[in-house]
Design a protein around this ligand. Structure first.
Ligand code: PDD
Length: 303
């Protein structure tokens, strides 16, 4: 058994703490039966003193509140409650290396199966720590392979829902094509990856598909907008055609687990010069500075 397989974190489930291997939910949980729930993935960065700190937690909690609101589940905690829970999950699972916190809230356990919301049920809340290994410097220097596919998902992609079948199929499509990610197109326009946002560079301008129901607004969406401003890179949020994607000077993806990652091959064709570009390099540097700034502020708050 590998170290990752042997890892049995202490998790939170509906007020109880225990090993992941023993956590159980009833089969009539709406998350199991209907995918009726939402989730968050918050990256945690190992600090020199051996602790781990979440990055952009306020933004993740705000998005969780928005997702819950959109599917009409009452938020089980306020921000202070979520922060306390997350910090306890981190403390319960002290260890080396970067990690992530996975949060899932479902509508709860129904008495019988029926599509509409059951009355008077309490949301199921699950929080666990997971291992996270960011792409290595060698992976970044090489850049990654992506393939494209038609986006066949529903039109509420802005909700970070656990109903992820469309995304699961797209992720598997990437694996079967020896790619890191599948980049999706709807009606000839770029949407997003199976689990990432997608960015292209055209003549020095960074372009991102419009926020709205066709994509999940990543926590890194606003961050990359900020970082591009800081790095003096012109930024535009607008429709991006398939032709623009295929002729981009640079393509990159962003997510909690990849930070920002260059794509150097798309559908077997070299992107731009076939190596990570200058805009990627500037954004990656700015991303690292943003983490340092946030963690310095966090350590000052604790003191
Ligand atoms: N996914 N779009 C989709 C469909 C995603 O699933 C994700 C993240 C993103 C980027 O969001 P963020 O910058 O907040 O990570 C965009 C997470 C990592 C996941 O499902 O594991």
């Amino acid at each position: 058994m590998s170290q990752a397989e042997a890892f049995d974190p202490t998790v939170y489930l509906n007020g109880e703490w225990g090993p992941l291997s023993e956590a159980r939910i009833p089969v009539l949980d709406r998350g199991f039966i209907f995918g009726d729930g939402v989730y968050e993935v918050v990256p945690l960065y190992a600090q020199p003193d051996g602790t781990r700190l979440p990055f952009r937690l306020a933004q993740h909690l705000a998005r969780l509140a928005r997702s819950l609101g959109k599917i009409r589940i009452d938020n089980p905690f306020d921000d202070a409650g979520w922060r306390a829970l997350i910090h306890r999950v981190i403390a319960e699972n002290a260890g080396a290396g970067d990690a992530l916190v996975y949060i899932q809230v479902t509508r709860g356990v129904a008495k019988r199966r029926g599509h509409a919301f059951p009355a008077g049920i309490t949301p199921t809340v699950f929080v666990m720590l997971g291992h996270l290994v960011f792409p290595s410097a060698a992976d970044r220097a090489r850049g990654a392979v992506a393939v494209t596919a038609e986006d066949k998902r529903w039109l509420h992609c802005d909700i970070k829902s656990t109903s992820l079948l469309g995304n699961v199929l797209m992720s598997q499509h990437a694996v079967e094509n020896d790619a890191l990610e599948t980049i999706q197109l709807r009606d000839g326009l770029l949407t997003e990856g199976s689990s990432s946002n997608v960015w292209i560079v055209k003549g020095g301008t960074l372009l991102g598909a419009p926020r709205g129901p066709r994509i999940l607004e990543g926590i890194r969406y606003g961050l990359i907008e900020e970082l591009s401003r800081e790095a003096g890179i012109p930024f535009e949020e607008r429709d991006i055609t398939e032709a623009e994607l295929r002729s981009a000077d640079e393509i990159m993806i962003s997510s909690a687990t990849k930070e920002v990652m260059p794509i150097t091959t798309l559908d077997g064709v070299q992107v731009g010069e076939g190596r990570p570009g200058a805009v990627y390099a500037a954004l990656f540097e700015a991303y690292q500075r943003a983490k340092t700034r946030e963690f310095e502020q966090a350590s000052k708050r604790v003191i």
